[in-house]
Design a protein around this ligand. Structure first.
Ligand SMILES: [Zn+2]
Length: 270
């Protein structure tokens, strides 16, 4: 059994602001250690439930945060950027289940460091009229390959968002946001223990979880923070301007639609 794990950092226990999310940040070293401990806990849970192969994808920022030396010896880790599938690089039809560790809630939610792909550019993303953050967008990529997302960790807003879009899956809420930049955190070792336990339970129940499959053709609707960003995004051939801040991209394949979404965000961020 092969398990794919995508790991972000904003939803890791103890992370509450940008001091913890980038190289040079005051608490970044501590955060990447906890990120590594949390993903290792998910690996241990997966192995306990019968996984024979685990592929981890570092999914935050420059995608080079996990301490590769400290990763569980039975796992492989994908580092660096850019990658065609970005936060989902490594997902393929030979996987049996996917897990999201350290994820955060979508832009405009009350969760810790809430954003959708780029907090400086993106306001709201709809996939076929469903508002999606990174959890929904990336679960759609897993669904394209027929893979269910069985387990999500992060703050309580992120885990609630996961359940609202994926159904009653196993989650681990390691902190509770007070504001976008403050939270009540579990003890870090308790968070690790919870993730190990819940990951194992999630994988044992994977047969109850359906992949998230969007109808085709699929439309990615992107509302930007301002109209100038939509002007730039609309240079993408095939994109359609909806209103001042909103551009659509439609494709008959989810991966192509996702690439359109990524391309529009890149253009808008220039
Ligand atoms: Zn991130």
């Amino acid at each position: 059994m092969k398990v794919f794990i995508s790991v972000d950092i904003e939803g890791v226990c103890g992370v509450v602001n940008s001091d913890s999310t980038g190289h040079g940040g005051k608490t970044y070293d501590e955060a990447r250690k906890q990120m590594t401990d949390e993903v290792n806990a998910a690996v241990e849970g997966a192995l306990a439930a019968g996984a024979t192969e685990v592929v981890i994808n570092d999914s935050h920022g420059g995608m080079n945060n996990i301490l590769a030396r400290d990763i569980h010896h039975q796992a492989q880790v994908i580092l660096g950027t850019p990658k065609p599938m970005m936060m989902m690089e490594g997902i393929a039809t030979d996987c049996d289940a996917a897990m999201f560790v350290g994820y955060h809630a979508r832009m405009h939610s009350h969760g810790i460091l809430s954003h959708t792909i780029s907090g400086a550019v993106v306001s709201t993303v709809w996939v076929n009229d469903v508002i999606c953050g990174e959890i929904g967008i990336n679960a759609g990529l897993a669904g394209h390959f027929g893979i269910p997302v069985v387990f999500v960790t992060g703050d309580k807003h992120a885990t609630e968002e996961a359940k609202s879009i994926l159904g009653p899956i196993q989650v681990a809420a390691v902190k509770e946001a007070i504001t976008r930049y403050s939270a009540k955190n579990m003890h870090p070792t308790k968070a690790v223990d919870l993730i190990r336990h819940q990951a194992e339970a999630a994988l044992r129940q994977r047969g109850d979880v359906k992949p998230l499959v969007f109808g085709m053709p699929v439309t990615m609707r992107l509302e930007f923070l301002n109209a100038g960003m939509a002007d730039a995004a609309n240079f993408l051939p095939g994109s359609v301007r909806v209103d001042g801040r909103t551009v659509d991209y439609t494709a008959d394949n989810y991966v192509t639609a996702f690439q359109g979404l990524r391309a529009m965000i890149t253009l808008a961020g220039k």
